[in-house]
Design a protein around this ligand. Structure first.
Ligand code: SF4
Length: 308
C-alpha cells in the first residue's frame, strides 16, 4: 500500500516523540508521557455529526467530528477544555477507530474531522488508511491547533483532503502568555505553508460542501487586536489572501478566567468589526464571519452521540 511506509514512520516517532513543536523526546510506547500526557494509543472522547462547523464542513448533514482527548496546546481560555485538558477517555484500536469513521459516513456526514489529531496522528492515520480500504470515501479534515511541525504535516501529503488549522497568535508574546508557547507564529506559519503546498489556497467545493483545501480559523480575543491583525499580515505576507479564513467571535471566559485582567470578558462587536475591516482591507475576501452583538450568547456545545 502506498501509505503504509509513511504510517510506519509516523508510528516510530512515538518512541522519541517529536510529533509537535514541544519535541518532548519521550518514549510514549514505554509509558513515558510528554506535555500532552498521552500514551501511544488512541484515546477518544466522542464522535458525532457536528452541525456547528463552518457551512462548507457542516453542510446539511453535519461534519463527522471525532473528539480526541487532550491536546498539544494548553490554552488557558480553551473553549473545549473538558475534552482537551484531560488525557482520559475511551481507548480504541486503529481498526475500531476505522469503524467509527465508517459509521459517521453511514450516518451521512460530509467528512471525517478529528479534533485535535496532532498528538495522536500516527494511529489516526493508520485508522484512516484502514477505513479507506473498507470504503471510506468522504474527505478527511485535519482540524488542528496550528502548533504543528511542518515536517510532520509533510508526511500527511495525499492523505489529508482539507486542513483546518487554527492560527491563534501573530504576536509571539500572546502565545507565551495564553498557551505557554513562545514560538507559535513561526510553527503556525511554516506548517500552514506546507498545508497550502499540498492542497492549494483555494477551497474546492462540490454541492456547497468542501472537498479539498484549507480553512484557517482565528478566534478574536478581547483587547488583543494587534495579535489578530498580525495573523492576517503574516498570512498575506507569506501565504495568500485567497485563503479561506474563519473569523471567530465566540470567545467566552470560563471558570477562573472570568476574573482575568486581560481575558475576563467577551469581545465587543466593535472589536470584531475592526478585525473584519482590517482583513478585508488587506485583500482577504474569502472570510467566514459571525454575527456579533454585545449581548449574544455562546451556543451550547453538545457532544451526545452514538459512538461515545
Ligand atoms: S505530541 Fe505530546 S509528547 Fe509528543 S512532542 Fe507533542 S506534547 Fe510532546
Amino acid at each position: 500500500m502506498e501509505f503504509q511506509d509513511t504510517i510506519a514512520s509516523l508510528k516510530e516517532i512515538y518512541q522519541d516523540c517529536v510529533l509537535c513543536p514541544h519535541q518532548c523526546h519521550v518514549d510514549r510506547t514505554h509509558g513515558q508521557l510528554g506535555i500532552c500526557r498521552l500514551p501511544a494509543k488512541i484515546i477518544m472522547d466522542c464522535a458525532l455529526a457536528h452541525h456547528g462547523e463552518e457551512p462548507p464542513l457542516s453542510g446539511t448533514r453535519g461534519a463527522g467530528t471525532i473528539f480526541f482527548s487532550s491536546c498539544n496546546l494548553g490554552c488557558i481560555y480553551c473553549q473545549n477544555y473538558q475534552i482537551s485538558h484531560k488525557a482520559g477517555g475511551r481507548e480504541l484500536s486503529s481498526p475500531a477507530l476505522a469503524q467509527v469513521m465508517l459509521g459517521l459516513q453511514k450516518q451521512g456526514c460530509h467528512n471525517i474531522e478529528p479534533v485535535t489529531p496532532t498528538p495522536q496522528t500516527p494511529l489516526i492515520m493508520e485508522a484512516l488508511l484502514l477505513a479507506r480500504e473498507q470504503g471510506l470515501k468522504i474527505p478527511f479534515v485535519y482540524n488542528c491547533g496550528g502548533y504543528e511541525i511542518p515536517q510532520i504535516i509533510k508526511m500527511l501529503d495525499k492523505m489529508v483532503d482539507i486542513y483546518l488549522p487554527d492560527f491563534k497568535y501573530g504576536v509571539a508574546e500572546d502565545g507565551a502568555a495564553f498557551s505557554s508557547v513562545g514560538d507559535y507564529p513561526h510553527y503556525a506559519l511554516e506548517s500552514l505553508k506546507e498545508m497550502v503546498r499540498q492542497v492549494g489556497d483555494e477551497l474546492e467545493m462540490e454541492n456547497d460542501v468542501a472537498k479539498r483545501g484549507v480553512i484557517v480559523r482565528h478566534l478574536v480575543l478581547p483587547g488583543r487586536l494587534e495579535n489578530s491583525k498580525e495573523v492576517f499580515r503574516l498570512i498575506k505576507r507569506d501565504v495568500s489572501t485567497s485563503l479561506a479564513v474563519s473569523l471567530m467571535s465566540q470567545y467566552t471566559p470560563t471558570g477562573k478566567l472570568q476574573n482575568h485582567p486581560l481575558l475576563g470578558r467577551r469581545i465587543t462587536a466593535a472589536e470584531y468589526n475592526e478585525i473584519l475591516d482590517f482583513a478585508l482591507d488587506l485583500g482577504f475576501d474569502n472570510l467566514f464571519i459571525q454575527e456579533v452583538s454585545d449581548d449574544n450568547l455562546l451556543p451550547d456545545f453538545d457532544c451526545e452521540n452514538p459512538f461515545q
